[in-house]
Design a protein around this ligand. Sequence first.
Ligand code: UTP
Length: 291
Amino acid sequence: MKRIRKAVFPVAGLGTRFLPATKAMPKEMLTVVDRPVIQHVVDEARAAGIEHLIFITGRNKHIIEDHFDKQFELEATLRGRNKLAELAALERDTPPAGGTSFTRQQEPLGLGHAVWCARDIVGNEPFALLLPDMLHLGVKPCLAEMIEAYEAKGGNHIGVYPVADDETHQYGIVDVAGSSDKVAKIARMVEKPAKGTAPSNLAISGRYILQPTIFDLLEKQERGAGGEIQLTDSMLELAKTEAFHAVRFDGRVYDTGSKLGFLSANVAYAMMRADIAPDFRKAITEILDLR
Ligand code: UTP
């Protein structure tokens, strides 16, 4: 079985739900506490053992490439001012030389098209796909759990998490035999099922392990919902010939591409930080007048 070494991060979307913040600034660079959203997701991938990070970027996204590069002037200044802890933290966050690739999607034709743009860089091996606006906060990184499941079962894997029954119509939902199992074979996937028709309450969370056969299907994929090339359509096609498993994530998932998800993520991540949480709790208590 081939090891999962490469991860794809599609960051070419326009972020229209977050205008005007995203007019000049990519939504992936907005900060959750003091780290850009994309850095949190890269942290998750590196913690799961990913060696090569592939970013599908677009116009106005060059700042993401700069973020993952060395900044010599800044490093020299930190060294000169003896800010060695900050310097060490920057070095830890910078991927090793040759450990990143950037390619441009050119036109935002949909998530499926963005993933297809990675075909030559990924090559003929299974890979991880992480949607950078979806943050997963849990005891164990979501992707690490998924790679464990992949190593046990092979095939394709999709991260899922339970959502409220009356919200299933907003998500991609999977149909599995045992919905409380950590890993379960997927019988069916439905994109945004009509209210009351969802086969389960397990929503697709934005983490995938896919076989490279997906690229041939994406290449032939017609435009689907919203006139975009949809990843789900090609996954449904692939599911006819290859196994798909759902890996249940029991932490919390935040869609930072929405304002509510972004604000909630900031609160949740701040409360996980020993250096910030006590004072932040006081500040929030005051704002909400909870005393
Ligand atoms: P979203 O639909 O959440 O992102 O796509 P978006 O299009 O930027 O957001 P809104 O809806 O306009 O606010 C999920 C992920 O897929 C990427 C996005 O960058 C995001 O990380 N994506 C989407 C691409 O890379 N290319 C696309 O053509 C579409």
